[in-house]
Design a protein around this ligand. Structure first.
Ligand code: 4AD
Ligand code: MG
Length: 461
């Protein structure tokens, strides 16, 4: 019977003749027998087989370079080795695909930077196998979490005609012939003959469509690719990332702050339950010794909640030297966010009620005329993991804000309709999935938690 390595190591094939597939990690030859270690991506531990010189194909062993794909068959038995629970006494070992000598993943230690340049192969390493099994677990946890709470999964569109966040960081989608562009009188490009007959882009969020669905189905969430052309070459920004955006009708900021807290704790709990070996491996290699304890602490403790105004006071009363200013009205930068979460509170912090000046048009306006019902969830080591808000449900106030921001209301006629036809208080947030994977794994660069990162000047693979 054919087994995955994860099943063999769990004892599923004990004392049976089993078959297994994998890629050779190492071969150690001696006179009478050889040790071949393989991996297949299903377990943090590799699988060892002992090949006796009397076995069929023994001469194959010397041509099995690291990276070769093989099939092996033999008796699976309990092993005496310290890291190995079961091993195979292989009787047949056949090469499926040979591997040339210039295979980049040789036994010597390879840096994360080197592996980024070999992103098509890096998933075969212990590190990236661990990262992507955890990523899978967090994805499953997300669907489970929302499904258990009665949320419907929404596939919001990827191509859009509106800049919902108003930041102008969008990638155009066009089929126009770039050599023969037609211009309008004001010099702008004429999109009449473009595929959609107007200017379109890749989405920066699925929120506005999620709001439509929340105001019909109650609670929904999106989980999809998101694109931002911001020129941020940092360890926390991608041009293409995945975002989870729940949206809840008949809910306020308090409700979704609680939802965000429960969701983050659920992600931590799920990863600890499903991927203990992966977490142990990654934390040992890339984070701190006690990183798991820190995760458990976050899972078990309350998140602090402060207003933006209180955050500014804390920053100004601290003795820290910050690069960026911290006057009321300034945006919180990563250094400020990390100071609050890592040093001041040493727990996740939810900051609410930001000045409207640097927040999107759709946020609910507070009575002070200055701030909006926004929230950001800041995590130790990461900074902003979640951004969300209660939405402005009054048509009058929403239109007034759009006029104040000199926005064109026409493309958003359907969004404004929601405020005319049975408007309700509603709220939601967006969690950057890669930032969550970074947080749980302890990996320090966002390029190492997405299969094929897209960043400024980099779109290989
Ligand atoms: O704070 P943001 O911009 O919020 C929104 O897009 C809202 N529409 C969400 C909502 O209320 N439904 O983005 C949400 C999260 C951020 O907190 C961050 O974790 C992540 O998305 N994010 C990025 N992750 C990686 N690379 C980037 N360039 C990111 N930009 C935002
Ligand atoms: Mg944000």
């Amino acid at each position: 019977m054919l087994f995955k390595i994860s099943d063999l190591l769990a004892g599923k094939g004990e004392d049976e003749i089993c078959r297994v597939h994998g890629w050779v990690r190492s071969v150690r030859k001696s006179k009478k027998f050889s040790f071949v270690v393989i991996s297949d991506g299903t377990s943090q531990n590799n699988f060892q087989m002992i090949v006796d010189q009397d076995s069929d194909d023994y001469e194959n062993i010397s041509t099995m370079l690291t990276g070769t794909s093989i099939e092996a068959e033999g008796l699976v038995v309990k092993s005496g080795g310290k890291n190995q629970s079961f091993e195979m006494q292989a009787k047949k070992v056949s090469i499926i695909g040979a591997c040339t000598e210039d295979y980049p993943l040789q036994k010597k230690a390879t840096s994360l930077e080197f592996l980024r340049e070999h992103a098509h192969l890096r998933v075969r390493t212990n590190t990236f196998g661990a990262v992507f099994r955890i990523r899978h677990a967090l994805s499953m946890a997300t669907h489970k979490f929302f499904d258990e709470r009665g949320f419907y999964n929404l596939h919001s569109p990827i191509v859009t005609g509106v800049d919902a966040e108003g930041a102008g960081e969008m990638f155009n989608v066009s089929t126009l012939d770039k050599k023969h562009l037609k211009l309008n009188n004001d010099g702008s490009i004429n999109h009449e003959s473009d595929y959609f007959g107007k200017e379109t882009s890749l989405c920066v969020t699925g929120q506005l469509e999620a709001e439509c669905f929340a105001l019909g189905m109650g609670s929904v969430y999106t989980f999809g690719p998101t694109f931002r052309s911001e020129n941020s070459n940092t360890p926390r920004h991608l041009a293409e990332f995945w975002m989870i955006e729940p949206e809840v009708a008949f809910a306020d900021l308090e409700d979704i702050a609680n939802l965000a807290t429960d969701y983050v704790k659920y992600l931590i709990e799920y990863a600890i339950e499903k991927c203990p070996q992966e977490l142990e491996f990654l934390h040992r290699q890339y984070a701190e010794e006690d990183y798991l304890d820190k995760l458990i602490h976050v899972r078990d403790s309350a998140f602090n909640k402060i207003t933006y105004t209180e955050a500014i006071d804390i920053l100004n009363n601290s003795n820290e030297k910050f690069e960026f200013p911290t006057n009321w009205g300034d945006e919180l930068q990563t250094e400020h966010e990390r100071f609050l979460a890592e040093k001041h509170f040493q727990t996740p912090v939810i900051v609410t009620d930001y000045p409207k000046g640097f927040k999107a048009f759709y946020m609910k306006q507070n009575d002070d005329g200055e701030t909006v019902r926004a929230m950001d969830v800041l995590m130790p080591g990461i900074g902003e993991l979640i951004g969300g808000s209660q939405r402005e449900e009054s048509l009058e106030k929403l239109e007034a804000r759009m006029e104040e921001m000199k926005m064109d209301k026409n493309p958003l006629w359907w969004y404004l309709d929601l405020r005319k036809f049975g408007t309700v208080p509603h709220a939601g947030f967006g969690l950057g999935f890669e930032r969550a994977v970074m947080y749980v794994t302890g990996m320090k660069n966002i390029r190492d938690v997405i299969p094929f990162p897209r960043t400024p000047k980099n779109c290989d693979f």
